[in-house]
Ligand binder design. Structure first.
Ligand SMILES: CC(C)(COP(=O)(O)OP(=O)(O)OC[C@H]1O[C@@H](n2cnc3c(N)ncnc32)[C@H](O)[C@@H]1OP(=O)(O)O)[C@@H](O)C(=O)NCCC(=O)NCCS
Length: 414
């Protein structure tokens, strides 16, 4: 048995943020019925296609374990079918532009009238405020949530990150919101509204920068590369690759860096392991020298510390650095490229990366469920073709007969 077996989700999500949420719930065993516009479907089916006329990797990697139904929710017959689905589902999830579901005639009040037990979950770009009506994509959320202003080097422009913290991060928040609302419903019998704003989600992940904004009012941020020689302004500056916590860290070059853009490693000069680190890089002299022997003495000259470390790491591959420093309790990590990750056997073993077969695409790789439940192992099943389960859902979930399904088809509702 899967953890969410018996939970049925009416999935109106599209693009990335919403689909990551419902994909997680599907991995936990929920029956996720993805509703898509007839003939068009989720726009990502056709985006960044690598094989003509085949669902893109963007779509397939976000919609595993779901069923697909095509339904025109702006058509009368379509609205009737949609109402029946709302009656039969525990959750409706969506991430349309603000107000889209209301414009279809399905406000929260109306949805509650149809099914008072239903949980109505939405991702929006912004919460109530000046930008609440705006459409938002990943990088807009990163820029407006504090990520971009705090990422990059001090002498460069703001930077977005390659991790989809706005989309997939907010999808995670919504999944937790839905499961929590289902838990509360067990006691109250009532559904509720769950709303997750992408700006809030990004800001939530940037909490240490909000911490630093307040520390800044009391003096310079001593672990930032700007200390002690650079200038601090009114807001948290970009800190390059400095460690987010109180432990000084930096990315240093490793053997082969001249040709390989990822021949680098992250090394943290934690006080507890500093003497082992100094010895291994051949700077045992630092340990007796008051100019270098204490964290406070090193703090104003971290660039020189990392320069010395780098002289040593440049003689080793990033994997050798890891192998040598780890037993010494020096926290470090090689910069693993996507290719390194794809080739790493342990990630296949744990299911962090899985191979899936698809009827029109063939075999491809995707990420598996990063959350492991001992009693509810996740099995990754391929994404559905557009409308693959329309008849099945109308028949088995809604109890429609063949004639009624045919009629809905002729009306263009499905
Ligand atoms: C992502 C986003 C920018 C995409 O915008 P978009 O491509 O213009 O798509 P919209 O959400 O506006 O929806 C398109 C229209 O299709 C309609 N539609 C969707 N599914 C439908 C269906 N099954 N039947 C009929 N109409 C449907 C919607 O009702 C909407 O119509 P409207 O403009 O008349 O209200 C926008 O949805 C958004 O801001 N979402 C919230 C934030 C978010 O999740 N962003 C991250 C995306 S990864």
């Amino acid at each position: 048995m899967k953890a969410l077996e018996g939970v049925r989700i009416l999935d109106m999500t599209h693009v990335q943020s919403g689909p990551t949420c419902t994909q997680l719930l599907a991995w936990f065993g929920a029956d996720v019925i993805k509703v898509e516009r007839p003939d068009i479907g989720d726009a990502t089916r056709g985006q960044l296609r690598d094989i003509p006329d085949v669902d893109s990797l963007y779509f397939t990697m976000l919609n595993h374990n779901k069923r697909s139904v095509t339904l025109n929710t702006k058509d009368d017959k379509g609205k009737e079918i949609f109402t029946r689905l709302l009656e039969c589902c525990d959750v409706i999830a969506e991430n349309f532009a603000p107000g889209a579901l209301d414009r279809m005639g399905f406000s929260w009040e109306r949805i509650q009238e149809i099914n008072p037990r239903i949980i109505y979950a939405s991702v929006k770009g912004f919460g109530p405020g000046p930008y609440e009506d705006c459409k938002v994509y990943e990088n807009v959320a990163q820029c407006t949530g504090g990520e971009a202003s705090t990422t990059g080097f001090d002498d460069g422009p703001p930077m977005v990150t390659g991790a989809q913290i706005g989309d997939s991060g907010t999808g995670l928040n919504m999944a937790l919101g839905i499961v929590t609302a289902l838990f509360q419903r067990e006691k109250t019998g009532r559904g509720q509204r769950v709303v997750c704003a992408m700006q809030d989600g990004v800001l939530n992940l940037c909490r240490v920068k909000l911490r630093d904004q307040q520390r800044l009012a009391r003096g310079p941020l001593t672990e930032y590369p700007q200390y002690p020689n650079g200038k601090f302004g009114a807001t948290v500056p970009r800190a390059g690759n400095a460690s987010g916590g109180g432990q000084p860290g930096w990315i240093v070059k490793c053997k082969g860096w001249e040709d390989d853009p990822n021949a680098y490693a992250y090394v943290i000069t934690q006080a507890a392991a500093f003497s082992a680190l100094a010895k291994v890089i051949g700077r045992e002299d630092w340990l007796e020298d008051p100019e270098w022997s204490t964290p406070d003495a090193r703090l104003p000259k971290l660039d020189a510390v990392f320069h010395e470390i780098e002289k040593w790491t440049m003689t080793k591959t990033k994997f050798e650095v890891m192998e040598i420093l780890n037993p010494l309790n020096v926290p470090c990590g090689p910069i693993l490229s996507m290719q390194d990750l794809v080739e790493e056997p342990s990630l296949r073993k744990t299911g962090a990366i899985v191979e899936v077969d698809h009827p029109t695409r063939g075999k491809y790789l995707t990420v598996g469920n990063p959350i492991k439940l001992s009693d509810s192992p996740a099995e990754v099943r391929r994404s559905p073709l557009l409308g693959e389960h329309t008849d099945e859902v109308l028949r088995d979930v809604l109890g429609y007969g063949d004639e009624e399904i045919q009629q809905a088809r002729e009306l263009g509702a499905v």
